[in-house]
Design a protein around this ligand. Structure first.
Ligand SMILES: Cc1cc2nc3c(=O)[nH]c(=O)nc-3n(C[C@H](O)[C@H](O)[C@H](O)COP(=O)(O)OP(=O)(O)OC[C@H]3O[C@@H](n4cnc5c(N)ncnc54)[C@H](O)[C@@H]3O)c2cc1C
Length: 396
């Protein structure tokens, strides 16, 4: 597949606008220092005040069109926001989904749904930052998911289970993917799934049970149990049976934004490693004078810069309305590997001090590791590229 070059380039005017966005985000993030994030990590807290400030400043509504109260900008600008958040030492995973889950409503919702939800998402009155897709028994094999939504008059009745659903306790709404037709009755395996808007607060205790998962990072992920949860039929998002398409569009944006977060993490690690290599003196000279210390940092820098170009390319394609599945996936893979490499290098550069929580590196190291697994694992990306770009035989 060849990509039109013009659409993958960013104009000088746009770059200038993005620079302004970056500066403003940096300024906001500087009010929430690394001690703040360490405290959140230690106490498993949720950074409500940080998220509120980001919302108030309009940064989480970047992708919402102006007519619905957002900034009407693109994924390229949104990526700059997320990159800067991560570069500051913050954990963007606490709120990134507020930016992109709404894409399912924007692109597939009815006029009434858009009018009801988007302005309130833009001003923060409603938090739509949960995507309910993954299930414990089917994992990466999304199209075989088993949670069922059965039509009953003016309602759907939902039964099943989800796992690792992030931020649900800090969301008012969730976009849920459930089966509305048995898998053996559909001709295309992506058919028979439908997307729904779930009012989380109304559902909890009335057919939805939420159980937090204790995990390696403070990502607020939960298990969900649906037991005859009844929702209004009007909460169907897009066409019944075509829900896979509804979430797929949102997934490309998610992959690009998470890739941008990894670039931010990578830059954070490289800055820390470089500063420390220059100031730490052992054997009567800065450790950064040794090529054995310099080279891994220079390599990590090179890898992050390369990944950043793929993020930009994918974002420009997305914003031009062009196919970007391959680029979004490749950006996510390259950036998550680059940030991990940068994190590992930063750990090594700091020696024993890397393990001290007060240096903040080990927290970011744990956080950035997630992105080789979620929202899609590296093997699944390689498989996508092999099959859909390189036209090799299907492996599953
Ligand atoms: C902290 C966290 C937050 C998350 N948040 C959300 C969320 O908000 N919403 C949501 O829906 N999900 C969420 N997830 C789930 C995440 O998307 C999945 O964990 C991820 O897609 C991988 O699925 P799995 O864990 O079931 O792994 P599995 O599918 O069991 O795969 C395990 C390993 O086997 C490999 N593998 C599997 N099949 C193949 C194959 N055919 N070829 C080669 N390799 C293969 C995979 O690459 C992977 O490395 C989250 C996960 C975590 C850990």
């Amino acid at each position: 597949m060849s990509t039109p070059i013009a659409s993958a380039e960013t104009s000088a005017e746009k770059l200038q606008q993005i620079d302004h966005i970056r500066m403003a985000v940096r300024q906001l993030c500087s009010k929430f220092g690394e001690e703040y994030w360490l405290d959140m990590d230690r106490t498993l807290g949720y950074p409500t005040d940080f998220v509120q400030e980001l919302t108030k400043a309009g940064f989480l509504g970047v992708l919402i069109p102006e007519q619905y109260g957002g900034s009407g900008l693109g994924v390229l600008e949104a990526a700059a926001v997320m990159e800067e958040v991560c570069r500051s030492g913050a954990h963007a995973g606490v709120c990134h989904a507020q930016m992109y889950v709404m894409g399912s409503v924007l692109r597939h919702g009815t006029d009434d749904q858009k009018a009801a939800y988007l302005p309130k998402i833009a001003n923060g009155e409603l938090r739509l930052q949960s995507f309910g897709v993954t299930e414990p028994t089917t994992g990466s094999n999304t199209t075989s998911l088993k949670t069922v939504a059965k039509r009953d008059g003016d309602e759907y009745v939902i039964n099943g289970q989800k796992v690792w659903i992030s931020r649900i306790e800090h969301s008012d709404l969730m976009v849920l993917l459930a089966r509305t037709m048995d898998r053996d009755k559909v001709t295309k395996k992506t058919d028979g799934l439908s997307a729904f808007i779930i009012d989380v607060k109304a559902a909890e205790g009335n057919g939805l049970e939420i159980r937090p998962i204790e995990s390696m990072i403070n990502h607020h992920s939960c298990e969900l149990f649906f037991d005859d949860l009844r929702i209004p039929a009007e909460n169907l998002l897009g066409q019944e049976g075509k829900g896979f398409k509804v979430i797929l569009d949102g997934m490309n944006a998610e992959r690009i934004l998470i890739a941008a977060e990894c670039v931010g993490d990578g830059r954070y690690f490289i800055e820390k490693a470089t500063d420390y290599a220059k100031e730490r003196v052992v054997f009567d000279r800065p450790i950064g004078q040794n090529q054995g210390v310099q080279f891994p940092i220079a390599r990590a820098y090179t890898q992050v810069e390369a990944a950043s170009l793929m993020v930009e390319k994918a974002a420009n394609l997305f914003d031009s309305g062009l196919p970007c599945g391959a680029e979004a996936n490749m950006a996510k893979m390259l950036a998550s590997e680059a940030s991990w490499q940068a994190g590992d290098t930063c750990m090594q550069t700091h020696g024993g001090f890397a393990f001290a929580k007060e240096y903040h590196i080990e927290r970011k190291f744990r956080e950035t590791r997630l992105y080789q697994i979620a929202p899609i694992s590296t093997n699944l990306i390689l498989s996508f590229v092999a099959e859909h770009v390189l036209d090799m035989p299907r492996s599953y």
